[in-house]
Design a protein around this ligand. Sequence first.
Ligand code: NAD
Length: 304
Amino acid sequence: MSIRFDGRVAIVTGAGAGLGRSHALGLAARGAKVVINDLGASTQGEGQSSDAASAVVDEIRAAGGEAIAHGTDVADEAGVRDMVDQAMKAWGRIDILVNNAGILRDKTFSKMTLEDFRKVVDVHLMGSTTCTHAVWPILREQKYGRIVLTSSASGLYGNFGQSNYGAAKAAMLGLMNVLHMEGARDDIRVNMLAPTAATRMTESLMPPEALELLRPEAITPGLLYLVSDDAPSRTILGAGAGCYALTRVYETEGVLLEGDANTPEGVAAQFDAIADPSGQKELTDAFQQTRKYARKAADARGLN
Ligand code: NAD
């Protein structure tokens, strides 16, 4: 099975460097026309330059591909609208959106300013939301769309000093779940990528041998699968150094505490049973949880 993107149009945010650049080159090499979005900001989200995005466009064109650059901040609604308009003007459709742009402002929570917290949430969560919102009507109309939200192990599992980044990256889960449900009937598939790579974002944290193993190019095949015609939907794909794994969210079977047993002490006494992983399941929508609890309580009371 050969995965190709001929005739497809992709927007990759933060594509001037690191993972976004690698994803954009990978898409273009397999036939996609690509919008190279990049603000040209520092890792902390300061400054602006069009150099990096232009260099990636040049690289794609030199290899015979088609690309245009757009320097909007992903969280700037008017700028994003203009980027989408430019893509539609150039190529008449948009099939793929890779939400990848990102910054870091690490501090322990006691030293974190709310401004730094908001800025990180703004770029990652609101940036992904703004770009997705701008392409959503086009994808629905076409009855085809592939969206990736870039998360992080920091958001899924936690990382000291990254309360802002971890919260923003975990928020991708809530966004993905609902977009998956609302997009399904129009063949819009939405997935999360949780990469780990050596980029300017992480290079100071790792020894040189690890940097070589963790090249961004080792992740891009996973991303290309997530935006392909036969992509899955609602998956969280971890990727790094050529390794791939899925993250899943399970709920334990749980315990019913009835009447007088439903006290804080009752919860404490039953906590091991509440946490027992045997019989745990992935729930597929919020009301499954409501129904499960109501059913347990009704069964215990002999109600139908
Ligand atoms: P990077 O710093 O190399 O690239 C990020 C790019 O995004 C830069 O070119 C930057 O100019 C651009 N950018 C920043 N803010 C922007 C904005 N507001 N609008 C448009 N462009 C903007 O970083 P990277 O490591 O390639 O990270 C890419 C994505 O992967 C990020 O979302 C990051 O959080 C995520 N991620 C990276 C790692 C890793 O190990 N490198 C791990 C987990 C998640």
